[in-house]
Design a binder for this molecule. Structure first.
Ligand SMILES: Nc1ncnc2c1ncn2[C@@H]1O[C@H](COP(=O)(O)OP(=O)(O)OP(=O)(O)O)[C@@H](O)[C@H]1O
Length: 298
């Protein structure tokens, strides 16, 4: 997909399993929204092909629309309409809607049901957008940055709701900048940058596949100055040791028991008493940084 000279989506390829949560993760301008809009039938692909529930989202739009739910990144409601009125309107367009009261209560919209859309806070607009996407009992939901602008409580409610929907067999495709969101929710993550998928896998696979782990060592007394170098020598070439402060070191190296054992043996040899020795997981942030050399900032 191009916009003039800008290539927004560049041979991006992905497949989504039914009943799963898939996160499309990437920085601003990576092409996430364009990808979703193409799947939703709002944009006709200039090359390549898209099938959603086996249907062509542009040519078979009438068949597809009743089966999917769409939460746009913003907007989607008239500015003067009251929140609950909007939801009732969307519900009325579906054959078997979820009772509106149920969604209003679940998404905490009761406090602002009579508020005009334009006066809703950003987080309330997001919650209404999610309710609008879900009210038609879709088989598949596209949610574009579902929790952007939500407070922590609303974010948690949304995560719980999406997880519950998956439990009920609904397929969910979401975009996000939030690594925590992708790690907590998604079965599959596609990391997108410059319109391409640069890595795919479960959060577990993505964070472990490179076989490196981070070990954090905290000791009871300050280390001698030579400690990082001495530990690096003890562990071998494939390991990095970073001093965080006088009493803690971070070791990045092979994710195996032998590395842990060597750190522990080094402590014994140096006569230092570990207060804690923990194996920390790599995060998706680390993965993104390693793949692109850039931070994934919202
Ligand atoms: N309607 C448009 N006209 C021109 N360029 C566009 C249009 N929509 C998107 N773009 C450009 O296409 C690229 C991909 O945009 P897209 O919105 O798909 O990215 P995104 O990953 O969803 O970003 P964000 O996280 O900021 O929402 C960007 O460079 C963007 O500026």
């Amino acid at each position: 997909m191009r916009y003039g000279d800008t290539v927004a989506v560049d041979g991006l390829s992905m497949r989504v399993e039914r009943g799963s949560i898939t996160a499309v993760l990437g920085p601003n301008g990576a092409g996430k929204t364009t990808t979703l809009e193409t799947c939703e039938g709002f944009r006709r692909p200039q090359a390549g092909s898209v099938r959603v529930l086996g249907l062509d989202p542009v040519r078979q739009r009438r068949d597809l629309l009743p089966r999917i739910g769409v939460m746009l990144q913003s907007g989607g409601a008239w500015s003067g309409i009251r929140a609950e009125e909007m939801l009732r309107h969307v519900a009325a367009l579906h054959a078997h809607p979820v009772p509106v009261g149920l969604l209003v209560e679940r998404l905490g919209l009761d406090e602002c049901g009579r508020t005009p859309y334009r006066r809703l806070s950003g987080g309330q607009q997001q919650r209404l957008g999610l309710a609008m996407a879900l009210v038609g009992r879709p088989e598949l939901v596209f949610v574009d940055e579902p929790t952007a602008g939500m407070d922590p409580a609303a974010r948690r409610t949304t995560w719980d709701l999406l997880t519950e929907l998956r439990g009920a067999g609904v397929t969910i495709v979401l975009t996000t900048h939030y690594l925590e969101e992708a790690e907590r929710l998604a079965d599959q993550v596609h990391v997108v940058d410059h319109g391409r998928v640069i890595a795919s896998g479960s959060p577990f696979e993505l964070t472990r596949s490179r076989g490196r782990a981070t070990i954090r060592l905290v000791v009871t007394e300050p280390f001698p100055e030579s400690a990082p170098e001495s530990l690096r020598r003890a562990l071998g070439e494939d390991t990095e040791v970073t001093q965080i402060n006088q009493q803690s070191l971070l070791v990045t190296g092979p994710a195996d028991a032998s590395t842990l054992a060597k750190v522990s043996a080094w402590c014994e040899e140096q006569g230092v008493l570990p207060e804690s020795l923990t194996l920390a997981q790599r995060t998706l942030e680390d993965v993104f940084l390693q793949l692109t050399g850039r931070e994934l900032s919202p």
